[in-house]
Design a protein around this ligand. Structure first.
Ligand code: FAD
Length: 368
């Protein structure tokens, strides 16, 4: 069986590993020089958002024989709004490295693969369709799927981030929802180690936001982080991404082409998580090819999850700084804390996002 995988990232590599496990050797094309040939950044996988799965990494290891070693477990997420600070404590998930780093998730996946990757590939989709029985589109962006007329783009984001040196607790991440500084957007700090972390801002490209100067937003936010964490950092690296697409394919498979990872719609519009769903789509496409399951059926929960996350995005955008302050303040309320404790516990099967969707829909309906 001749299978082409375009893109050696999270989804493409997961697909290749799964095919190999079932005796199929794919041909992998990667446009860059090596796996993860991009800026190094810290990302997170919050099992809390993947319910009913209790622990995403354990789930991948146990069910699909795909093994990923995180940097650390996240035991606390400190959430900052304009005037309040609250926290979510418990087994929230994991942090990991991406990009040009020997322990990045893409490098860890590559090590679980025997097939050689064709780097600096110029193989075009049309050419792959002619020469292969199946094509896995794993290029990591909605643009390719859009170009093929199989993608509904819901919004695009502007992101700017830096790597900094400072002092960090590796099991604590921070998130900011401060619309005065980042309108309708958010920001986070995720540590790589006790000495290094990533600080990133992300905001949707709505007309009012496009008019804003990113340098001003960045300066104001960066000063706020330094103040909130009471530190002066040393910046060691920078990145900026414009028009980062969030959307979902209309259908997950067209003829013999599978849309996986961000080409499928793995990136959640609510908070920008996409790693776990990317890996799953890679595995599921391989399962379909191997005759183990139907791709369209396997990805159904991911479509659902995407739609719930889109409701979350609209909900967040409909809040103002006062609402955010109120919500964050209440994170430390005893009762709320108890509920969060229960949800965070690894025994919990509560799907927070799904449970909250009807309420958020109501809010969205009456607050637009
Ligand atoms: C700054 C940032 C922070 C993020 N933070 C998080 C986070 O904390 N948690 C989380 O879950 N998600 C996060 N995400 C999202 C997550 O990184 C993506 O959803 C996920 O990596 C998508 O996997 P993928 O397989 O679709 O693409 P990728 O892993 O990006 O892989 C795509 C690969 O395809 C290659 N390629 C592109 N075009 C071609 C072509 N024509 N031919 C051959 N190869 C090609 C690329 O070089 C790349 O190697 C973040 C994204 C960004 C940008």
């Amino acid at each position: 069986m001749k299978i082409a995988i375009l893109g050696a990232g999270m989804s493409g590599l997961s697909c290749a590993i799964t095919l190999e496990k079932h005796g199929i050797i794919p041909t992998i094309f990667e446009k860059r020089n090596c796996v993860g040939d991009r800026f190094v950044n810290a990302e997170a996988m919050f099992s809390l958002l993947d319910r009913p799965i209790k622990d995403s990494l354990h789930f991948l290891s146990k069910n699909y024989d795909i093994h990923l070693k995180p940097i650390n477990a996240v035991n606390k997420l400190v959430v900052h709004s304009k005037k309040q600070i609250g926290s979510i404590d418990g087994k929230i998930g994991y942090t990991n490295v991406r990009g040009r780093h020997e322990n990045s998730y893409e490098c860890q996946l590559e090590k679980q693969l025997m097939t050689k990757i064709n780097f600096n590939s110029t193989c075009e989709y049309e050419e792959a369709c002619k020469n292969f029985e199946y094509v896995i589109l794993a290029t990591g962006d909605g643009e390719y799927a859009s170009h093929l007329g199989n993608y509904k783009c819901d919004l695009t984001f502007t992101l700017r981030g830096v790597t900094v040196e400072g002092k960090f607790a590796t099991d604590i991440s921070h998130a900011w929802f401060n619309y005065d500084i980042i309108p309708k957007g958010y920001a986070w700090i995720v540590p790589f180690s006790e000495k290094e972390a990533n600080i990133v801002i992300a905001y949707p490209d709505y007309p009012d936001n496009i008019k804003l100067d990113i340098n001003t937003i960045w300066e104001r936010f960066y000063n706020l982080v330094c103040k909130d964490l009471d530190q002066k950092f040393r910046i060691t690296d920078k990145f900026e991404i414009t028009k980062y697409m969030t959307g979902i394919c209309n259908v997950p498979k067209v003829d013999n082409t599978y849309f996986v990872g961000n080409c499928f719609g793995a990136l959640s519009p609510g908070l920008g998580f996409g790693q776990f769903a990317s890996i799953l789509t890679g595995i599921y496409s391989a399962y379909d090819i191997c005759g183990i399951g139907k791709y369209e059926k396997l990805v159904k929960p991911l479509f659902k999850n995407y739609n719930h996350s889109l409701v979350l995005r609209r909900f967040l955008e409909n809040l103002n700084d006062k609402d955010l302050d109120f919500a964050i303040k209440n994170l430390d309320n005893k009762l709320v804390h108890k509920i969060i404790d229960t949800i965070c516990s690894t025994d919990s099967k509560i799907d927070v996002l799904q449970g909250m969707t009807p309420l958020m829909k109501l809010w969205n309906k009456y607050n637009f």
